[in-house]
Design a protein around this ligand. Structure first.
Ligand SMILES: Cc1cc2nc3c(=O)[nH]c(=O)nc-3n(C[C@H](O)[C@H](O)[C@H](O)COP(=O)(O)O)c2cc1C
Length: 267
């Protein structure tokens, strides 16, 4: 625990609160220039491999109401592979482009100011047709860019605060934020917006995973430094925001067969 946790929390909230009496003065200099906004799409042209995803094949799904009722954080993964199409459906549910507004595109998940500051990285453990390793989602090209093609089950689980289920999942999602995309408009409230955006994306993932009969747990516990190193991002202008783990599960058995983490982690 940080010895000054209370002060840090309070200062951030106070410094980034809006108050009616400050709005006129504070907002007159806010001239967000959409035409000259920071680049929305990150790609890795030098990626070791590029997997074109194409349009996902959407299976029949349960009703939204039963998906909402059935969503649970499930951790008892089976070490059995997910299909690439299942992963594609999950990616589409979180970041699929669903409307073209001309100079920007809208997606399945909302984003404050339509700024889309998030990036999606995958630590792939067990997905048919994909080598194990680290991938990045090229949203505009709808492709996976393989950045490290090696078994990252140990390194990934370690970075995810040694949460053991992450070793047995099909894939671990890591959402990151490119700060400037959001800061250019939201200034001091940037981090709030980044976290709000990532929460929406994570819930879309949870619901889509439920609809597919997969297990999914959203995770706030990871080692920032280790994760940034693993992803190859600087941890200052481009930071990790939220993570989730997804895999095949043991039927309805999850209540009695939760794969416990090896040590007490914050949940
Ligand atoms: C932002 C967030 C962070 C979480 N972090 C973790 C985590 O690091 N590890 C974990 O096992 N569960 C984590 N959880 C899952 C919660 O423990 C879980 O949602 C809660 O116990 C309620 O259970 P339910 O999701 O099955 O309804 C997290 C959930 C959220 C929304």
């Amino acid at each position: 625990m940080h010895p000054e946790w209370r002060r840090i929390c309070d200062e951030y909230m106070q410094a980034t609160s809006y108050a009616p009496e400050e709005m006129d003065e504070g907002w007159k200099d806010r001239t967000y220039d959409r035409a000259n906004r920071p680049e929305t799409y990150l790609t890795y042209p030098d990626a070791a491999v590029r997997i074109e995803l194409g349009k996902p094949d959407f299976p029949d799904a349960p009703s939204l109401w039963s998906v909402l009722e059935g969503r649970r954080s499930k951790r008892n993964f089976l070490d059995q592979p997910m299909t690439l199409n299942q992963l594609n459906v999950l990616l589409w549910a979180t970041q699929g482009v669903t409307a073209d507004m001309g100079d920007y595109q809208l997606r399945t998940s909302p984003s404050a100011g339509a700024l889309y500051p998030l990036e999606t990285y995958l630590i792939v453990n067990n997905v048919q047709g994909l080598e194990r390793g680290l991938y990045h989602l090229d949203v505009r090209g709808w492709a996976l860019e393989g950045l490290r093609l090696e078994d990252l089950r140990d390194a990934g689980t370690e970075a995810l605060l040694d949460q053991e289920m992450c070793r047995h999942s099909g894939v671990n999602f890591v959402w990151t934020g490119v700060i400037e995309r959001c800061r250019a408009k939201y200034y001091e409230r940037t981090y709030r917006y980044l976290w709000w955006d990532s929460g929406h994306v994570a819930e879309n993932l949870a619901l889509a995973a439920t609809a597919l009969g997969l297990g999914c747990t959203c995770m706030g516990a990871w080692y920032d430094g280790l994760m940034h190193e693993l992803l190859g991002i600087d941890g200052v202008e481009h930071v990790s925001l939220l993570t989730a783990t997804v895999g095949t599960i043991a039927g309805e058995d999850w209540l009695t067969d939760r794969r416990a983490p090896p040590k007490d982690v914050p949940s």
